[in-house]
Design a protein around this ligand. Structure first.
Ligand code: DGL
Length: 275
């Protein structure tokens, strides 16, 4: 069971495990709780209202379970729910708690990595339609050109364990081609969905020469480390037992099996309900 005061990491399903992995590699000493809303995933095609409602339920659950700090390790939730949670919910109901997302830390670094300042974003339909990356990058790096491409088949390929099978090649190449056809000057592509790093081998295979890809895990980790350095009042509350507890709204055994693909390790999982 959970001991200590933990950092919560939330995702609609398994994808946030790539973020958790990046964070734990950099900061293994903290205690973590990962919550995947697998029973209601994917979030990518859901409306703003529904993503907000589901994400808030998860955040409240993690608050209840002794997490004063929650990372939305899901681009769709970060795009559609984070601002409302930060601006409306927290000030009124949980002023001492903090919820952070994955879009801003990624947007911060990309401007320094791209030379042409033409940046591609591959993400779910919801994240692309929200224009969160475009708005954030334009604000932080004026003069940049941001091109988005939704990849509706990529999450199902990962969720169904098809990401390294030959059938995935068509969909990976198709989405990359569609992105590059919109703007051949793109030299940097953000993988703006936490599931996509599992497709990295195939993505690298079809990536045009001179174009680089940014998976998010390492940048979210360094941004969180920086946040904790700047917020000792939060950092001091967090316990350092090096533990990680996994919660899912789906079957615990199914989660355990799939999580090992993302993390390459066996995990202990508990089923919970959100409402
Ligand atoms: N993890 C989500 C993201 O980063 C993708 C999966 C979903 O659609 O729920 O956008």
């Amino acid at each position: 069971m959970i001991n200590g005061t933990c950092i919560g990491v939330f995702d609609s399903g398994y994808g946030g495990l790539t973020i958790l992995d990046g964070i734990r590699q950099r900061m293994p000493e903290y205690d973590y709780i990962y919550l995947g809303d697998n029973a209601r995933a994917p979030y990518g095609t859901r409306s703003f209202d529904v993503v907000y409602e589901f994400t808030l339920q998860a955040v409240k659950k993690l608050f209840e379970m002794s997490c004063p700090l929650v990372i939305l390790g899901c681009n769709t939730a970060s795009a559609k729910a984070l601002r409302s949670i930060q601006q409306k919910y927290l000030p009124q109901y949980a002023p001492d708690r903090r919820v952070l997302g994955v879009i801003r830390p990624t947007a911060e670094v990309v401007g320094d990595i791209s030379h042409t300042k033409h940046i591609g974003v591959l993400a779910t339909e919801g994240t692309i339609k929200s224009e969160s990356y475009k708005l954030e990058i334009e604000k932080l790096h004026p003069g940049s050109t941001i091109i988005g491409q939704a990849c509706p088949m990529w999450v199902p390929l990962v969720e169904n364990n098809e990401f390294d099978k030959p059938g995935a090649d068509y969909f990976v190449k198709d989405s990359l081609d569609k992105l590059m056809a919109q703007d051949p000057l793109i030299d940097t592509i953000i993988l703006g969905c936490t599931h996509y790093p599992l497709l990295l081998n195939k993505i690298n295979q079809y990536l045009p020469q001179g174009v680089q890809v940014i998976p998010q895990g390492q940048y979210i980790a360094s941004s969180l480390e920086d946040y904790l350095r700047r917020h000792p009042e939060m950092d001091e509350q967090l316990t350092r037992g090096g533990t990680c507890q996994y919660l899912t709204t789906e079957s615990a055994s199914k989660f355990r099996e799939s999580a090992s693909l993302f993390l390459n390790e066996e995990v202990t999982v508990e089923h919970i309900t959100l409402n």
